[in-house]
Design a protein around this ligand. Sequence first.
Ligand code: AMP
Length: 429
Amino acid sequence: MTLQAAVQAVRGTHDILPDEIQHWQRLEATFRTITARFGFSEIRTPVFEHTELFARGIGETTDIVGKEMYTFQDEGETSLTLRPEATAGIVRAAIQHTLVQQNPIVRLWTTGAMFRRERPQKGRQRQFHQFNAELLGSAETEADAEIIALAAMILQNAGLTQFELHVNSLGNSASRTQYRKALTDYFRPHIDAMSEESQKRLERNPLRILDSKSAADADIVKGAPLLTDFLDDESRTRFERVQMLLTALDVPFVLNARLVRGLDYYCHTAFEFVTTRLGAQNAIGGGGRYDGLFEQLGGVSTPGIGFALGIERLLLLLAEENNDHGKQAETAAAPDVYVIGLDAESRTLALKTAHRLRLQGFVATTDAGARSMKAQMRDANRTNTRFVLIIGEAERLSGNVILKQMATGEQQECGIEDTARLAEVLSGR
Ligand code: AMP
């Protein structure tokens, strides 16, 4: 590899530059505020885990585990993987630290980078970021309604308007067993005409054929039986109750019988937030109930439900919806004062003065160089600094400095050591 190539960000990864960061910070503030209203606590788990955790926690038959994981061999033959999603790590942490034993209902959220070796395109990256929330310990429909309402409130609060919530029920395991059989019976006569991927999935996990993106499969998949028709009474009643609760909470939703999560430990509620704006990458986020996951990972059987939102997709959508979240966001704090030192000795005093003002809580900047006064004034203007304080030989000798308010040109004299007076002027008192 050439040096030129090495100093480019890796394909599918992106820098988040200072002029974009305010959008991220605003979303993060939304996550923090809204999760707090629902009583969720933040958790941060490592970005890499044992490969086995994801193989078991996400499923060997999924694309993620099958072909998208960044896996490497660590010393001592341990296979490690950069996390492709957050739930497995959070459930691992809950088992390891007996969180649900200490507290029967645990509400957790996290945000951070996830890694999948996918083909990069708009809204699809190899390092991307998610917001996640998990509600552990309750198998009740109230938990389903709460977690979906949390996701919807976050999206609304972030300023997103053009999205739909799709919900479906995967039923209990008896319903899914019946459905799996019906699906296999339906696909079997067509399977020779279907994609290689689907042929592999027929026996192992026919539900996953419904997720197929292959054109060869599209028409056949369209005619497949619907899971909804196979729900037993218990599953149906439960799903109706979730819908009733969502309605009670004023969370609009659309029933989508095609929405599946093709893993054994997923059950009952599955949901997705979608938009039509991003073309193929129309999912902003989604989630579901995973009552079998704790056992799958060797823990005590514990019900759980959670979701993930894709932050890059959310930011793209917010920008496209043109509700210019940038303008709504607080602009980065304009510095209170730019302290200019005109000669070497004055620069020392300028540094000290700026530092003293920072200790008082003011945003004080200096040149951190030795540029001309003109260049420094330009800098102060460019950054919208409120005041400029100039120290030269005369100021050093007299001990008095001039604070100039940039917007009005108004000048006030102050003793340079008189921090209290400087603070008063900078605070506009
Ligand atoms: P998933 O964990 O696959 O259900 O994904 C949840 C959300 O994360 C998706 O709806 C996307 O918004 C986002 N997401 C998933 N994969 C990617 C990716 N490769 N690049 C960007 N966002 C992604």
